[in-house]
Design a protein around this ligand. Structure first.
Ligand code: SF4
Ligand code: SF4
Length: 492
């Protein structure tokens, strides 16, 4: 962690009901976040809706790649080891692109955190988006926070059972759709949908859908904030990306303390004389918090930076006639300045770490773009026969056999010329065909791997030893970038 990283504390374990400290070994108490209106709530709702819509629609989007090739726009076809992402097609040979994408995603996350704190966690992480959706359903069925707390304390009645049944049925339906959509990225989505509806899906696909549905139901319905506290490593790592100039959710304690309930008879001047600040200790910021924390305790590992406490407090401030943003997204540098009479510094977008992360993004992104533009569309793999290692022919020549695999990664059929270097007197023969020559004409269907068995024959006098290095070169016809594979020729 850098020396200027802000201190992020792990808050003492508190009861969600009373906010009193409790033993770390106390059993988990459910958090019932209260509904809130405001700017960040709107952003979260719209962003969540767009992300969910994208997730649901992408597997059904079609992309014409020609005959014999899947037309699903985004398809991670593990069976045939191909990834189709719109016009891009990745083979196992291109695994380094996937590594590159993951590196870019990681650096992007570092940059976003350095600039805006845990914006990923609070607004776009799937755990947050699905939990938000599940809480919304819960609220529609069981009511807002107070109703839900009351309902949870009530004995089982027909009404209680009906509400719980409706909620869990809705959760299960969302989980089932999520499970289906997750697997729809791995196979043809409409076919999977029809197969599932007919109870005719392959066991592996059906099992995977059920597994993903179960994970969704458990993680968004029950685990919720505990996934962030105990499972996700990011809260532990993110402190290293933050500095004093990162935007984080902060409580302006210099303005809010000392906190005390607002009495009707009390004017703001009287409160100020008594040493009270703008915080009226209404607890709204805690009640809306999806992780059940009190941001007034300072920056905490459990804060996902969703900004809902900002909305709640702004609403309170508007109602009591005080300026908003007692809780706000701000930098610690600005907060320190505002606590004094010094003018708050301007937000510094360009800082050493944001410049480094930005440069890393440009370099890795640029390298990826160049690599993609130059991506080879042919590959050759050569496997030499091990039994027998070599054969001595009746004319005295030595023969080695090889299996050649040609990967035609383009979508059209191609013709190739296979040549050999390292053994000038060698001739090539295609297994099962008569005749031999210095080179072979081969072909491969588009988006396929063709396998050929060939023999290499060399006069014994042309060999310098028991093992001679050679190289096969595959050149697309009439023109194209050749690809090469090194091997050896063995002799007695
Ligand atoms: S919502 Fe605002 S006024 Fe109410 S307790 Fe939180 S910080 Fe204080
Ligand atoms: S403290 Fe505020 S920003 Fe942090 S998780 Fe709770 S509601 Fe969201």
């Amino acid at each position: 962690m850098s020396s200027d990283a802000p201190t992020i504390t792990r808050r003492p374990n508190r009861s969600p009901a009373t906010q009193e400290p409790q033993s770390d070994y106390a059993s988990h108490r459910k958090i019932h976040p209260k509904a809130v209106r405001g700017r960040y709530r709107r952003v979260k709702t719209w962003l969540g809706a767009v992300l969910l819509a994208l997730f649901a629609l992408l597997p059904f989007l079609r992309w014409d790649r020609g005959p014999g090739v899947p037309d699903q726009a985004v398809l991670f076809d593990l069976g045939s080891q191909r990834f189709y992402i719109f016009a891009l097609q990745l083979w196992p040979q291109h695994v380094y692109y996937i590594t590159g994408v993951m590196i870019i995603a990681a650096i992007g996350l570092f940059l976003a955190t350095a600039l805006g704190g845990r914006v990923w966690c609070g607004f776009t992480c799937p755990q947050t988006v699905w939990t938000d959706l599940f809480v919304w359903v819960e609220r529609r069925v069981e009511g807002d926070r107070t109703d839900r707390i009351r309902l949870d304390k009530q004995p089982w009645t027909a009404r209680w059972l009906a509400k719980k049944a409706v909620k869990h049925a809705a959760w299960l339906a969302i989980s089932a759709v999520t499970g289906f959509l997750s697997i729809a990225y791995l196979t043809d989505a409409p076919t999977l949908a029809v197969d599932l509806l007919r109870f005719d899906a392959p066991a592996l696909a059906a099992g995977s859908v059920l597994f993903m549905a179960g994970c969704t139901y458990l993680m968004a319905g029950f685990m919720r904030e505990q996934m962030c506290f105990y499972v996700c490593p990011w809260p532990r790592i993110q402190a290293a990306m933050l500095d004093e100039d990162s935007l984080v959710v902060t409580y302006q304690d210099w303005r809010g303390e000392g906190r005390a309930p607002l009495r009707k008879s009390e004017g703001w001047d009287t409160r100020a004389q008594k040493g009270f600040g703008d915080c009226i200790d209404c607890g709204q910021c805690v009640q809306v918090c999806p992780t059940g924390i009190d941001i007034r305790d300072g920056i905490q590992m459990e804060c996902i930076g969703c900004g809902l406490c900002v909305d709640a407090c702004n609403d309170v401030m508007a109602r009591i006639g005080r300026p908003g943003d007692l809780i706000r997204f701000d930098t610690l540098t600005a907060q320190a300045a505002k606590a004094t009479t010094a003018p708050p510094p301007r937000y510094r977008l360009l800082r050493p770490r944001t410049i480094v992360y930005g440069l890393m993004l440009v370099v890795v992104g640029g390298a990826m773009a160049i690599a993609l533009a130059l991506k080879p569309s042919n590959d050759i793999a050569v496997l030499r026969d091990r039994a027998p290692l070599f054969v001595t022919l009746s004319d005295g020549r030595i023969q080695n056999a090889y299996t050649i695999k040609i990967a035609n990664m383009s979508l059209e059929d191609r013709h190739y010329r296979l040549t050999l270097s390292g053994l000038p007197q060698a001739s090539l023969a295609l297994s099962g065909e008569s005749g031999e020559a210095g080179e072979l004409a081969l072909s491969a269907r588009g988006n396929a791997v063709e396998t050929y068995r060939i023999q290499v024959r060399v006069p014994q006098s042309a060999l310098a030893g028991a093992s001679t290095p050679l190289a096969f070169t595959l050149t697309p016809e009439p023109a194209g970038e050749p690809v090469r594979h090194d091997s050896v020729f063995l002799a007695p």
